[in-house]
Design a protein around this ligand. Sequence first.
Ligand SMILES: [Fe+2]
Ligand SMILES: [Fe+2]
Length: 182
Amino acid sequence: MDTLYDKVKKWLAANSKPRHMAHFERTAYWVGQLKPGADEAMFIAALAHDAERVFRDKATKHAGAYIREPEYLHAHQEGGAKMAGEFLGRSGADEALIERVKMLISKHEEGGTQDQNVIMDADSISFFENNVDHFANDLMKIYGKDKTVEKFKWMYSRMSSARAQEIAKDWYDRALRLVGEK
Ligand SMILES: [Fe+2]
Ligand SMILES: [Fe+2]
């Protein structure tokens, strides 16, 4: 029988490109590395942290998705928390788990509590591990080099732990080289 984690994975995979799934699954992997003994809610939140990006109305997509416009980030975090919470509700998860997953996703871009920071740090590591080529090869053509470099620098500097930055360092340097910044 599928665990809740499996169900969330299938829900996302049915609506995502493989490279998005790689980012999501590796975010969950890095949560396990950063916090041994992390609970089910943390793994589910890591997997589903960008649910808003998967399910948002394409018409609302704008440059804010690329760079850290506070208004967009807020809608992205809260929207993802709500979508994941609704899916977990439909899947028979208990209320305490649903609330915890929503709380974790709701601050995955800006951090807050220790556990929210772990999700944010894991997201940053997985970003540098998996998403950088798409930014350098495709998105930079749309948004330009300055915004791309700014995005990379923000994704690196926002990490709350030195350990997470250490893990991501080589990928971060590679990212800057890829866009001609190093
Ligand atoms: Fe996100
Ligand atoms: Fe992410």
